[in-house]
Design a protein around this ligand. Sequence first.
Ligand SMILES: Cc1ncc(COP(=O)(O)O)c(C=O)c1O
Length: 359
Amino acid sequence: MSEKTPKLRAALDGIPTYKPGRPAAADGPAAYKLSSNENPYPPLPGVLESAVSAAGSFNRYPDMACTGLMAELSEHFSVPVEHLATGTGSVGVAQQLIQSTAGPGDEVIYAWRSFEAYPIITQVSGASSVKVPLTSGEVHDLDAMLAAITDRTRLIFVCNPNNPTGTVVRRAELESFLDRVPSDVLVVLDEAYREFIRDPEVPDGIEIYRDRPNVCVLRTFSKAYGLAGLRVGFAVAHEPVAAALRKTAVPFGVSQLAQDAAVASLRSEAALLERVDSLVTERARVYEGLVGQGWTVPESQANFVWLRLGDRTTDFAAACERAGVVVRPFAGEGVRVTIGESAAMDLFLEAAEEFRKAL
Ligand SMILES: Cc1ncc(COP(=O)(O)O)c(C=O)c1O
C-alpha cells in the first residue's frame, strides 16, 4: 500500500475549529445551557405541526428552490423573490457569500472579536482575514475598518448587533461608512439578532440594502424564531449577489421540514415576537442586576450579555457551572451569557454576585 495520503489544500492548515457552546452535562450540576444564544422556548404549536407533517415526506427531496418560503419572505419583507437566497443557517449563507466573492489573495474584513465562524469560513476559501479590533467600548471601529480596505478587499462583515458583545452600529455611522466603502466591495450586514433590537437608532438592514447594490443582509430563523436545530437562514441582496448565492448553494440544503417550519414561524410572528419581548425584558433585568453588582457591561441589543473578564474568564465560567448554568467563555477575553429562562438567569446573577464579592 502507498504511504501517500490525499493532498489537502494548504489553506486548511491551522484553521480554528468552530467551538459550539457546551451543553449542560446530564450528570453535572449545571442544568441550564446559556452558551449558544438559543431561544429557550420550544417551537410554537403551529410550527411543530407543520414540521411533523413535512416529516411524512422524508423519502422525497425538499423543494430545491424553497418556493413557498421564498414567496413568504418576499411578502413579509417586501423584497422581490429574485433578491432572496436561503441556506443552511445564516452561517451557510455567509460561507456562500465568501465563496462567491473571495479566494486566495483576497481579503475579508471584520471586527474582532465578532462571530467566531468568520475566520473559519474566510480561511476555508483561501482568502485572508483582516481583523479590526473593537473600540474600547466594544463597538465596531468603522473608521479603522475603512482604513483597512485595500484593492484586495472583497467582503466586509458588519455584525449588528455584534456577537459576542451585543453592541450596535447606529444609522448615521453605518450610512456614512457605507457611503465610503468602494461600490465593488460587498458589505454583509449580519443581523442574526435583529429581532432583539430596541434601540430606534439602529437601522433595519433591509431598508439600507434597497438603494445600495453592494449591501447584503443576513437573517436567520435560529435565534428569535427558535429554529436553530432546523438550519435555515437567508440573505437579502441585489440580483448579482443573490444569483451568486443560488449558484453556490448546496443542492437541497434546506430540508422541507425547515422550509415549512420557517413559513409557519413567519405566520405566527405575533406570538413569536411576544416571546422575544419577554427575553428583552429579562435582558434588562440581567443588565441592571449586573450593573448593580458593580460589573461593567456593554449595553446589549441581542439575546446575550458580555462580561470582559480577561484572566478571570475561565474561573468565572467554572463558577457559573457550579451554580447550575453553562455560559460561553472566550479564554483570556470574556464570557458571553445567553438570556434564557428567568430561573437560569437568577442562578447566573447569584453566581456573578458571589464571584464579584470574592474579587
Ligand atoms: C452573528 C451571527 N451570525 C450568524 C449566526 C449563524 O446562525 P445560523 O447559522 O444558525 O443561522 C450566528 C450564530 O450564532 C451569529 O451569532
